[in-house]
Write a protein that binds this ligand. Structure first.
Ligand SMILES: NC(=O)c1ccc[n+]([C@@H]2O[C@H](COP(=O)([O-])OP(=O)(O)OC[C@H]3O[C@@H](n4cnc5c(N)ncnc54)[C@H](OP(=O)(O)O)[C@@H]3O)[C@@H](O)[C@H]2O)c1
Length: 180
């Protein structure tokens, strides 16, 4: 079962601002949506709360046992529990952030789909520096100039697919948090 992560990062490492993205690049967002359609998702609680639409088979990582979620979403207490539950759906699995979830999930990911936005942006959330992408093979790469709507400028977006050579196997789990 393929476990992947997907995200986008600015040239200065920023990935979030005020609970949303630092940039407004509709075509990058459309790429993200096309990639995760039909997948089971593992999502941090803050990122979940920022999303207008959350598909079924979304597993929201939170330490709040009484967290109330939208239909089709399940609270999980750890990233490992979320990955296990997502794998058990039989769908492809995508970890979609935010920063704290990438930081905990990357050892288990076979792939990381990362869009590198080749400009610095103001932000308050950094891509985790400990993810050793520089040691992973890039198996696909393409580049496009796309409109960033806040600045009205074109920015280069590099769509990279990294392959982790030796992902950590998921621990075996016997119980999953209560579904909602
Ligand atoms: N550029 C991108 O591709 C991208 C992708 C996704 C998100 N983002 C941005 O990233 C920012 C949010 O990232 P974030 O790191 O602040 O928040 P986050 O990862 O979305 O959510 C953090 C929350 O997840 C739960 N959590 C995190 N680690 C946990 C663990 N090990 N065990 C149990 N629960 C855990 C906690 O929820 P509780 O407090 O409920 O316990 C924590 O408060 C936003 O600005 C968002 O727009 C960017």
């Amino acid at each position: 079962m393929l476990i992947s992560a997907i995200g986008a990062v600015a040239a200065n490492g920023m990935l979030g601002l005020d609970g949303w993205l630092p940039w407004d690049i509709p075509e990058e967002l459309a790429y993200f949506e096309s990639m995760v359609t039909g997948a089971a998702l593992v999502i941090g609680r803050l990122t979940y709360e920022s999303m207008d639409v959350v598909p079924v088979d979304s597993f929201v990582v939170s330490r709040q046992a009484d967290l109330s979620l939208r239909p089709g979403c399940t609270r999980v207490a750890t990233v490992e529990e979320g990955l296990q539950a997502a794998v058990s759906t039989g769908k492809p699995v995508f970890v979609i952030g935010g920063a704290s979830i990438y930081a905990a999930a990357w050892p288990y990911c076979q792939r990381f789909y990362l869009t590198r936005i080749e400009r610095a942006f103001d932000g308050d959330s950094l891509f985790p520096a400990e993810i050793p992408l520089d040691r992973w093979e890039i198996v696909e790469a393409s580049s496009r100039m796309l409109l960033e709507r806040k600045s009205g400028e074109m920015v280069e977006c590099r769509f990279l697919q990294y392959r982790q050579p030796d992902p950590r196997p998921l621990p075996t789990m016997h119980c999953i948090s209560e579904s909602r």
